[in-house]
Design a protein around this ligand. Structure first.
Ligand SMILES: NC(=O)c1ccc[n+]([C@@H]2O[C@H](COP(=O)([O-])OP(=O)(O)OC[C@H]3O[C@@H](n4cnc5c(N)ncnc54)[C@H](OP(=O)(O)O)[C@@H]3O)[C@@H](O)[C@H]2O)c1
Length: 311
């Protein structure tokens, strides 16, 4: 274990040195008055041995100036490997079976999942209140991994009835992720949302699922395709719902799905969003939580501007 000399914020990822957060953090520390606080990247291979996840969490637990962490990619594995090291889990972390934010309060180590909240905050930027009940629109979510679980959790636990789609279709490569969401839905009170689960990797099938959506519906690319994996989950001839919404969760990479959607903005009167705001919100939420600071709207604007400057 290292004994840090200054308050330290860890970023658990795969190739953290490439993340823009490395350059963003010093500017954010200044805006939030975090003094000499430093950013330290922790590179862990995909599906690393359990001991590596445990060592990374132990460092925060044992060292007083190791304040906490933002976890990407390894959210599920960190919780699985280090479950017993956490003194508390937030209800969101327990529901989603993942930890994206590690922080300390009153000597306790806490594991939290911010995505149900930050994905909802992101959607609130481009979806007005009561949109779903007014339009009778649906959601087609391509990919049923961690971010899809967070979005589903938001609709099941936080969204008011007029802010819930009447139907949410989840498409995924493996059956396991679909089963996890099926069980999550069954474990919570009836939301009135009809869920469909489709195990599929054929983009032509996704095109037909899109074609069946009523006007105003939203299609989400939560597969990681166009960044983590090549390609897009739909073909170039797939038609987005008329007057609908296309939401690509990523903001960097080839972003094929985003480009396909942008080409239909006029013809389909489509609203197209990427994941930039989602990224900034997630980081702000976690840095604020780790350092126990409340971020004012004015400070958030400054953080967003600082992030934009190094984008
Ligand atoms: N902007 C932001 O701040 C932000 C926040 C969260 C996530 N994201 C991005 O959103 C993407 C998804 O994140 P995540 O955490 O949900 O990742 P994840 O847990 O790896 O989930 C991706 C899911 O997509 C499925 N998939 C992959 N290829 C597919 C295909 N061709 N057809 C159908 N399903 C397919 C995978 O299936 P298997 O079950 O077979 O693996 C997996 O369940 C990532 O690229 C991430 O970077 C961005």
């Amino acid at each position: 274990m290292l004994t840090q000399a200054v308050p330290t914020f860890y970023f658990f990822g795969v190739t953290t040195g490439k993340s823009s957060s490395r350059r963003m953090f010093p500017a954010w520390a200044q805006i939030l008055g975090l003094g000499a606080a430093q950013w330290v990247g922790v590179d862990l291979p995909l599906n690393a041995p359990l001991e590596q996840y445990r060592a990374a969490v132990e460092q925060i637990k044992r060292d007083p100036l190791s304040m906490g962490a933002l976890v990407t990619t390894h959210k599920v594995n960190v919780l699985e490997a280090a479950h017993d090291l956490f003194d508390e889990l937030s209800p969101e972390a327990a529901l989603c079976h993942e930890v994206s934010c590690i922080y300390k309060r009153g000597g306790k180590l806490i594991g939290h999942a911010v995505d149900p909240y930050t994905s909802a905050q992101s959607m609130a930027q481009f979806i007005p209140p009561a949109y779903w009940s007014e339009h009778g629109a649906e959601i087609l979510c391509l990919g049923a991994g961690g971010s899809a679980v967070a979005i589903v959790t938001h609709f099941l636990t936080r969204a008011a009835p007029p802010d819930r789609p009447r139907k949410l279709t989840l498409v995924n490569r493996s059956a396991g992720k679909l089963d996890f969401i099926r069980k999550l839905v069954a474990s919570l009170p009836d939301s009135g949302i009809h869920f469909d689960y489709v195990q599929n990797t054929d983009p032509a099938v996704n095109d037909s699922l899109m074609a069946a959506l009523p006007p105003g519906s939203m299609v989400i690319n939560a597969t990681g395709m166009g960044k983590d994996l090549p390609g897009s989950p739909i073909t170039d001839s797939g038609l987005f719902p008329l007057e609908g919404i296309a939401w690509e969760l990523n903001y960097r990479g080839e972003l094929d799905f985003l480009h396909q959607a942008r080409r239909q903005i006029e013809a389909r009167r489509l609203r197209v969003e990427d994941g930039w705001y989602y990224f900034v919100l997630g980081w702000a939420e976690i840095v604020g939580t780790v350092f126990d600071v409340t971020i004012t709207p004015a400070q958030f604007d400054q953080l967003a501007a600082a992030a934009e400057a190094i984008r």
